[in-house]
Ligand binder design. Structure first.
Ligand code: HEM
Length: 368
């Protein structure tokens, strides 16, 4: 089957089809998000810290997510719109006609928003960027045991630095709570106990990294796709009501996270293909979102595609908790850019490895 391919030598399975990827993402009993059984753990602080529930299965996942999602209701996120607009205006107020879209807006906007939510200083932005760049550059397309060991050795000092930074802030907020998310988490209770420092570190770190790289990607991809398809930019100028559905189509067509990872908990069959137990499974969102069995003319960017059941934010119990925030940031940013500029021409660019992240590192533009 072209939808599922197993690499028996390396214990990997690639899942390309939409229904097959959907199953691998949502059937959490067969497909675990906890890869720590296959990936060597790093003693003291590791990438799989306790609160990092993207890598946990039920019931622990559900308990932690339940706590955190109280701070991430669509209603609470919607209240951030005026502040997101203000930050966007501040940022684009500082540039002329020629600027780097990532440096000027796509990177700082989501990071400032998440830092303010967490209650950590936005003046540390350059530090967060260094961490994010280091963590991302270590994710390779292949995953044999030796490469995993190597990757972990590379990220360990960065993780340690980030965790220590967060720990300091958690301790400060425990002593002197504010109305930020970290303070909220120090007070939150689950199973009749409060969260440990390790759990809060894991979650805050997850938000800080996962929460900004992806939105940066979405903004860059949106500007790039509008540059590649001037008719779309025209339509959005004419009717701003189309912006949200254009964003969904940009997410489908160029999904920031091209693939997720799971582990098979037993030998099973997916799309008529047998996959052994303890295989690392890669559901490729980028391919599933172009599956002709699910999307008509999948390789066409069609902003009128509604409904648009893309998988760019995942599906099921791990569905992106930040999706309402990412959508809001993208909507505000695109609207403000459309307000200010008649056209934005992309004049160059530097990109992440496409198998890791569909995102620009640099995106110089000429905006008039
Ligand atoms: C989960 C994508 C923005 C926080 C996910 C997942 C995807 C995803 C595909 C599912 C992972 C899986 O099933 O293994 C994206 C994209 C974004 C974005 C494409 C932007 C365009 C954000 C933002 C935040 C965030 C802004 C936080 C502020 C999270 C968290 C999870 C998650 C905490 C874990 C949820 C769970 O395991 O229950 N995201 N994300 N994401 N995302 Fe996002």
């Amino acid at each position: 089957s072209a939808a599922v391919q197993v690499d028996h030598d390396n214990g990997l399975a690639h899942v390309f089809g939409y229904p097959e990827a959907f199953t691998a993402i949502t059937e959490t009993t067969d497909f675990s998000s906890d890869l720590s059984k296959l990936v060597p753990r790093n003693r003291e602080f590791d990438v799989f810290a306790e609160g990092n529930f993207i890598n946990l299965d039920p019931p622990r996942h559900d308990r932690l997510r339940g706590l955190v999602s109280k701070a991430f209701t669509p209603k609470m996120i919607a209240q951030l719109e005026p502040r997101i607009t203000e930050i966007t205006d501040d940022l684009i107020g500082q540039v002329g006609d020629e600027f780097d879209l990532v440096d000027a807006l796509a990177y700082p906007l989501p990071v400032i928003v998440i830092a303010e939510l967490l209650g950590i200083p936005t003046s540390d932005l350059p530090v967060f960027r260094r961490w994010a760049d280091a963590l991302l550059s270590q994710q390779t397309g292949e995953l044999d045991q030796e490469q995993i060991e190597h990757a972990l050795a590379q990220v360990e000092p960065i993780m340690r630095e980030m965790n220590e930074y967060l720990l300091e802030h958690i301790r400060a907020r425990r002593a002197d709570p504010g109305d930020d998310l970290i303070s909220g988490l120090t007070a939150a209770e689950t199973d009749g106990r409060t969260l440990t420092d390790g759990e809060i570190i894991g979650f805050a770190g997850l938000l800080l990294i996962a929460g900004h790289i992806t939105t940066t990607a979405l903004l860059g991809n949106s500007i790039q796709l509008m540059d590649e398809h001037p008719d779309i930019a025209e339509q959005l100028h004419a009717d701003r009501g189309l912006v949200p559905q254009a964003i969904e189509e940009f997410l489908r067509f160029r999904s920031p996270f091209p693939r997720l990872s799971r582990r098979t908990t037993r030998e099973l069959t997916l799309g008529d293909v047998r996959i052994p137990q303890d295989c690392i499974v890669f559901p490729w969102l980028a391919s599933a979102n172009r599956d002709p069995r699910r999307f008509e003319e999948p390789d066409t960017v069609d902003i009128h595609r509604t409904p648009n059941h893309h998988l760019a934010f995942g599906k099921g119990i791990h569905f992106c908790i930040g999706a309402p925030l990412a959508r809001l940031e993208a909507k505000v940013a695109l609207n403000r850019l459309l307000d200010r500029y008649r056209s934005i021409d992309v004049t160059g660019g530097e990109f992440f490895d496409a198998a890791t992240m569909a995102a620009a590192k640099q995106l110089p533009v000429l905006a008039t």
